[in-house]
Design a protein around this ligand. Structure first.
Ligand SMILES: *Cc1c(COP(=O)(O)O)cnc(C)c1O
Length: 351
C-alpha cells in the first residue's frame, strides 16, 4: 500500500535569522539601521486602499522603468521580484536547467544549496581558501552554471570587476549569476560588464542598502533574452508577485540619491571603525566591503560569545557549520549600537 506521506516533497529549508518581538540590539540579519528615504514614507501616506480591488500590473512596469533609468539599461533588461530571494530562486529555475552540476563556493549564502536541492539541480561546491578567497581556477571546469555572491556572504570578501570579468569570460557556455546584495557598500559593481557579456545576470536587493527588507523587493539585470526567460518561468507559477505599493515605494527610493549616499556612507564609516575595534579586542576580522563583519576570537569560542551576547539582548549570527563555527557575523548598526556591543564584548572576553 502506498502512503500519502511518500508523495510529500521533503527538503531541509534555509533557516533565516531570528526576528525577535522584544526590543534587542539586532545585528543578526544585515538589515540597515537607518530608515528608508523620506520619499518612501510619502507613498505610504498617499496610498488609496480602494485600488486594492484590482490586480497589480503583472509586468511591473513602474519599478522596471525606474530601475532601468537608474542603472542606464532598458526596462526589458530588468526582472523585479519579492526580494532577491525570489529573484534568485527564479533565476536558478530558469538558468540552471541544463542537467550538469552548477558551481558555487562551499562558504557562501546558505540558500544556494537549498534552491539547488528543491529544484533538483545537481551542484558542486568549490572550497574557498583559508583566507576565504574564492579560487578562480575552480570555475574552469564544464558546468551547468555558476553563482557567486560579491561581496560574498558571510565572508564579507569582495572581488574587483576584473576578477568577475574573468569568471564570466571563462564560463561563456553557462549563465553566471552575480548576487550583488551588498555591492552598494563595496567599491564597484559588475553592471558595466553586461554590455559585453550575454551570459551574465546581476541580482540586487532593496533589503540592505535601501533599508527596505520589509518591503520585499529585489531585481535582476541582464540581457532582454535572459530576462524574458525569467518572466516566462515566473508567469508559469505566479504572475502577480509585486504589489503596486511596493513598486511605487521602490521607485520613490531611487529618487533620493543624496539620502542613499548619506546612509550608505554612514554604514561604511561605522564599519571601518568597527573593524578597528574588533581588532583591538583581539578578533580576526577580514577586510569587509559589506554592511557586516565576519569575526573570530582566537581564545573565546564563537558559540560562547554568541550566547553571552544574547543574554545581554544583543543578537548576532552564529552558523554552526564546518569551517565557520568559530566565526560570528555581525551586522553594522548605528554607532551607538556598536558602542554597546563593544562594551559588552570587552567584558565577555575578560571573563
Ligand atoms: C540578504 C541576501 C539576499 C536576499 O535578500 P532579500 O531580502 O531576499 O532581497 C540575497 N543574497 C545574499 C547574499 C544576501 O545576503
Amino acid at each position: 500500500m502506498s502512503d500519502f506521506r511518500d508523495k510529500i516533497r521533503r527538503i531541509t529549508p534555509y533557516v533565516p535569522g531570528e526576528q525577535p518581538k522584544e526590543k534587542v540590539i539586532k545585528l543578526n540579519t544585515n538589515e540597515n539601521p537607518y530608515p528608508p528615504a523620506p520619499e518612501v514614507q510619502k507613498i505610504k501616506e498617499a496610498m488609496d486602499c480602494g485600488t486594492l480591488r484590482m490586480y497589480p500590473d503583472p509586468n511591473g512596469t513602474t519599478i522596471r522603468t525606474a530601475l532601468a533609468e537608474y542603472h542606464g539599461v532598458t526596462p526589458d533588461q530588468v526582472f523585479a521580484g519579492v526580494g532577491s530571494d525570489d529573484v534568485l530562486a527564479t533565476a536558478f529555475l530558469t538558468f540552471f536547467a541544463g542537467g550538469e552540476p552548477i558551481l558555487f563556493p562551499d562558504i557562501t549564502y546558505s540558500f544556494y544549496d537549498v534552491w539547488a536541492d528543491l529544484f533538483r539541480i545537481p551542484y558542486k561546491t568549490c572550497p574557498v581558501g583559508n583566507d576565504f578567497r574564492i579560487n578562480l581556477d575552480d570555475y574552469k571546469e564544464p558546468n551547468g552554471g555558476v553563482i557567486i555572491a560579491n561581496p560574498n556572504a558571510p565572508t564579507t570578501i569582495y572581488e574587483p570587476v576584473e576578477w568577475i570579468e574573468e569568471l564570466v569570460r571563462n564560463n561563456s557556455e553557462s549563465v553566471v549569476i552575480v548576487d550583488e546584495a551588498y555591492i552598494d557598500f563595496a567599491p564597484e559593481s559588475a553592471l558595466p560588464l553586461l554590455k559585453k557579456y550575454e551570459n551574465l545576470v546581476i541580482v540586487r536587493t532593496y533589503s540592505k542598502s535601501r533599508s527596505m527588507a520589509g518591503a520585499r523587493l529585489g531585481y535582476a539585470i541582464a540581457s532582454k533574452e535572459l530576462i524574458d526567460a525569467m518572466y516566462a518561468v515566473r508567469n508559469s507559477y505566479n504572475s502577480y508577485t509585486l504589489t503596486t505599493l511596493v513598486e511605487d515605494m521602490g521607485a520613490a527610493s531611487l529618487k533620493d540619491e543624496a539620502y542613499f549616499k548619506e546612509t550608505v556612507g554612514k554604514v561604511v564609516a561605522t564599519r571601518e571603525r568597527a573593524k578597528e575595534k574588533f581588532r583591538e579586542l583581539g578578533f580576526i576580522c577580514p577586510d569587509s566591503q559589506a554592511n557586516f563583519l565576519f569575526v573570530s576570537h582566537p581564545t573565546v569560542s564563537a558559540k560562547k560569545i554568541f550566547e553571552e551576547l544574547r543574554e545581554r539582548k544583543i543578537f548576532v549570527r552564529f552558523f554552526n557549520k564546518p569551517r565557520i563555527n568559530e566565526y560570528l557575523r555581525v551586522t553594522i548598526g548605528t554607532d551607538e549600537e556598536m558602542d554597546t556591543l563593544f562594551k559588552n564584548l570587552a567584558l565577555i572576553i575578560k571573563e
